[in-house]
Design a protein around this ligand. Structure first.
Ligand SMILES: [Cu+2]
Length: 121
């Protein structure tokens, strides 16, 4: 019995380790595509903004989409853009990045959720 359990545990660990590089490369690909399109998407999932930090050009659009079952908001720490309403599942919120600078934001429902937007001129 003990042997069986430890074999399953080893298999689980190996599986988790081997899948890590796949996730990393998938994320890089998505970043490149969305940045070149002039519209960047930020997914809200598992109580986190993903990607947490983005770099865009002035004039680009930024859209958040909530994939959680919980409502989330997008609120600028220094009120640099209008805050969103509470986003329900699959709801989106879009802003246009104007003045170059660094914008930090958070979710007012879950203040530990934070993200950063860097707008280049
Ligand atoms: Cu939230």
């Amino acid at each position: 019995m003990n042997t069986l359990i430890s074999k399953i545990q080893i298999a689980t660990i190996l599986c988790a380790v081997s899948s890590l590089p796949l996730f990393a490369s998938a994320g890089e690909t998505a970043n490149t595509v969305s940045t070149s399109a002039g519209e960047t998407k930020i997914e809200i999932k598992d109580f986190a903004f993903n990607p947490q930090t983005i770099t865009v050009k002035a004039g680009d659009k930024i859209t958040w989409i909530n994939h959680d079952e919980e409502p989330h908001t997008v609120v600028s720490v220094e009120k640099q853009f209008k805050k969103s309403s509470a986003l329900d599942t699959d709801q989106q919120f879009t802003i246009t990045a104007n003045a170059p600078g660094t914008y930090t934001y958070y979710c007012s429902v879950h203040p530990k959720m934070t993200g950063t937007i860097i707008v280049k001129g």
